[in-house]
Design a protein around this ligand. Structure first.
Ligand SMILES: NC(=O)c1ccc[n+]([C@@H]2O[C@H](COP(=O)([O-])OP(=O)(O)OC[C@H]3O[C@@H](n4cnc5c(N)ncnc54)[C@H](O)[C@@H]3O)[C@@H](O)[C@H]2O)c1
Ligand SMILES: [Zn+2]
Length: 383
């Protein structure tokens, strides 16, 4: 879906159509300023608690608090350590106890100010506090703005695996301020961009082509950034509205993720590979595998690879940090990691494959030996 580029300072509203759980995503430069007024209109008299992490607090907590203060809204602050380590029982305990201490009750609001970690953690704490308190997402990473803040999945990790504990809990409002992304590290921004490109690759060839032409402005923070984020949110919102609980089409959003998760696991969920980087490599692998079984033209797979590489994302297994020194394990160990992905249903491998740029399909029952041989060949070859 193409819309005219915006002038700086305008905002875009994306409605997530989920019946009585419908809500708006407000996207634009400096929309964070409007948070207090929007909450006052949405929930007059509510108290709030802002959950954030140490890094985001440094840059954006004051601005958030002042917007709430101007609207006369009381706001407690709850600051967790940054990083995945907070998405744990201990992090959940810290946030839950602090919410209770802040006397957040059924008609009050939890505000998640941060990346996907804070959104998942604060959203889950809100879901279970007093059997469910509403929450507002203020996503501050590109990944959170285009992915984790849309769709209502919340949760924490178990020592046995990522995101194993959680709840569907939709926010009542999402404020995606694109200026906030200016303090994000370039590598984090790039990793989030992989999810943006994913929406084009899986369902919107025109958007993919638009990204090929406009990615520099998206990275620079021009008006293309708002358009890219809004188009991504619309794409995810449309799929979530069709399939809120992931029984069907929502699986398409996992393009690149079965390979990607295995690579994240193989690198120990460390800084060697950010999630979005794993998704970038995973999408290229999914496209190449699709080409190998004759599903997509090799030139289309190459087009996807070229675009991800041109923005600086890794696209080959060999691009992953430490590949030469530490490797990624062999094809069999990667297959085992893929089989552990929670999207696997009773041992059968489900992959999201590509028929074209803009046309992804859910392939159930993919023959494991074909995938294994493909992975082995990719491990051995640079191109
Ligand atoms: N719920 C969902 O549907 C969903 C979807 C995708 C991912 N996720 C989850 O999201 C998490 C990853 O999210 P993420 O990549 O945003 O990670 P993150 O929340 O850890 O943020 C990445 C880093 O960037 C910092 N940061 C965030 N915003 C910043 C800003 N504006 N300026 C400076 N620094 C900033 C954070 O402090 C952190 O160090 C994972 O836990 C993943 O499981 C959830
Ligand atoms: Zn993802």
């Amino acid at each position: 879906m193409m819309t005219a580029p915006l002038k700086q300072g305008e905002q875009i509203l994306v409605e997530v159509a989920l019946g009585e759980r419908a809500y708006d995503i407000v996207i634009g430069r400096d929309v964070l300023q409007s948070l207090g007024a929007r909450i006052a209109a949405l929930r007059p008299g509510a108290r709030t608690a802002i959950v954030t992490d140490r890094t985001v607090a440094k840059y954006w907590l004051e601005k958030t608090e002042s917007s709430l203060a101007q609207a006369g809204i009381p706001a407690a602050r709850i600051v967790v350590e940054q990083g995945e380590g907070s998405k744990t029982y201990a992090g959940l305990q810290q946030v839950s106890e602090a919410l209770i201490a802040a006397r957040i009750e059924r008609n009050d609001l939890v505000i998640a100010l941060g990346g996907g970690v804070v959104g998942d953690l604060a959203g889950f704490a809100a879901a279970i506090l007093r059997r469910g308190v509403d929450f507002v997402q203020v996503p501050t990473s590109l990944l959170a703005q285009v992915d984790s803040s849309v769709g209502g999945k919340t949760g924490i990790n178990s020592p046995q695996g990522k995101n194993l504990l959680g709840a569907f809990h939709q926010p009542v409002l999402v404020i995606a301020d694109t200026a906030v992304l200016d303090t994000l590290s370039p590598r984090q921004f790039r990793a989030g961009y992989a999810e943006v490109a994913k929406y084009g690759a899986l369902g919107d060839e025109a958007f993919f082509a638009w990204l090929e032409a406009n990615h520099a402005d998206v990275f620079r923070g021009g008006t293309a950034r708002e358009h890219a984020i809004a188009t991504s949110c619309r794409a995810k919102a449309a799929i979530v509205a069709r399939d809120e609980r992931e029984t069907g089409d929502r699986a398409l959003l996992n393009l690149g993720h079965t390979f990607g998760h295995a690579l994240e696991a193989a690198t120990g969920f460390s800084d060697r590979l950010f999630h979005g980087e794993g998704v970038a490599v995973g999408m290229v692998l999914a496209a190449q595998f699709s080409a190998q079984i004759g599903m997509i033209a090799p030139s289309a797979a190459a087009r996807l690879e070229h675009h991800l590489a041109e923005v600086g994302l890794p696209t080959h297994l060999q691009d992953i940090a430490g590949f030469a020194q530490e490797g990624l394990g062999d094809a069999d160990s990667l297959m085992t990691l893929m089989a552990q992905d929670k999207k696997v249903t009773r041992g059968r491998l489900t992959f999201i494959l590509l028929e074209a740029i803009g046309r992804a399909v859910i392939a159930r029952d993919v023959e494991p030996s074909l995938v294994r041989d493909f992975v082995q060949a990719r491990l051995a070859s640079r191109f």
